[in-house]
Design a protein around this ligand. Structure first.
Ligand code: ATP
Length: 269
């Protein structure tokens, strides 16, 4: 008889026992995260959701290498990593575009920093401008664009450097509901095309259910993993997904979990 060992896939991101304390002068340090462990597989879309201040942004910044851990570590493709790297890109709620640069120059910026040749940069920018539907707006400046368009540029800028991992911090939080829905559809399509690993911070239950393979619910500060929910809705998702009874059931379930934590936390405070 032969025995076969099936190799366990190496996670794209491994959060291994991460605790984070912030020093606060003259006071006890603030514990933002407490022993958080989580594996994210290549091509997986994972959302982080939880009460305000539970450490979602902190966890994202630690994964990106922008913030050190107090204890525990981050492994990217199985290697301990404590600094930003070309395989990760971040998309921010505030868009974080350079106001003195045009759409084209904003998207091109990360490519020039990474040493991509000028001729090649032009082609890549054109591809991502089309992907996010901003043809004709390449020479506009950020303040000449709507919020939704600015976030499309933020997304294109992150995608243009072709990261394996996309870290998104409430990217659609500043947008109106209709624009948000459209960008969720865009992101679903882009994710289907490229199958990047995505960690997506949101406060919006429907957004988390619509986009995710798994939803990580975090507890109030200090942030711990309260529960992980598998989203078993078929892909690709479309506007019809939002009317699927399973969508409504999952969204209601996430809300129940969040509500009970917020009420409990408020009652203690
Ligand atoms: N630089 C810092 N110095 C001190 N405390 C900080 C710092 N950054 C964050 N914190 C604290 O750490 C905790 C977690 O903050 P974080 O921004 O990660 O939470 P969050 O879940 O992203 O919040 P929100 O949902 O409101 O955006 C909060 O109590 C916050 O006040």
């Amino acid at each position: 008889m032969t025995t076969q060992t099936i190799a366990k896939p190496v996670p794209a991101i491994e959060v291994a026992g991460v605790t984070k304390d912030y020093a606060v002068s003259g006071m006890e340090p603030t514990r933002a995260l407490d022993e958080v462990s989580l594996d994210i597989q290549p091509g997986e879309f994972v959302s982080l959701i939880g009460p305000s201040g539970c450490g979602k942004t902190t966890l994202l910044r630690i994964i990106d290498g922008l913030e050190p851990t107090t204890s525990g570590q981050i492994l990217i493709d199985g290697t301990v990593t404590a600094a930003p790297g070309p395989e990760r890109a971040m998309v921010f709620q505030s868009f974080a575009l350079l106001p003195w640069r045009t759409v084209r120059e904003n998207i091109e910026f990360g490519l020039s920093v990474r040493g991509v040749a000028k001729g090649e940069r032009g082609e890549i920018v054109d591809r991502y401008v089309s992907m996010i539907g901003l043809n004709g707006f390449e020479d506009r400046y950020p303040d000449q664009l709507s919020g939704g368009m600015q976030q499309r540029v933020g997304l294109a800028r992150a995608l243009a450097v072709n990261p394996q991992i996309l870290l998104m911090d409430e990217p659609f939080g500043a947008l109106d509901a209709q624009t948000r829905h459209l960008l969720q559809l865009d992101l679903e399509r882009i994710w289907q095309d490229g199958k990047k690993s995505v960690v997506f911070v949101t406060h919006d239950m429907d957004e988390a259910v619509f986009l995710s393979d798994r939803i990580v619910i975090m507890s109030p500060r200090p942030g711990r993993i309260q529960e992980i929910i598998e989203v078993d809705l078929p892909r690709p998702r479309s506007d019809d997904s939002r009317r699927d009874p399973r969508f409504l059931e999952l969204s209601a379930y996430v809300w129940e979990q969040l509500k009970s934590m917020i009420v409990r936390d408020g009652a203690q405070g």
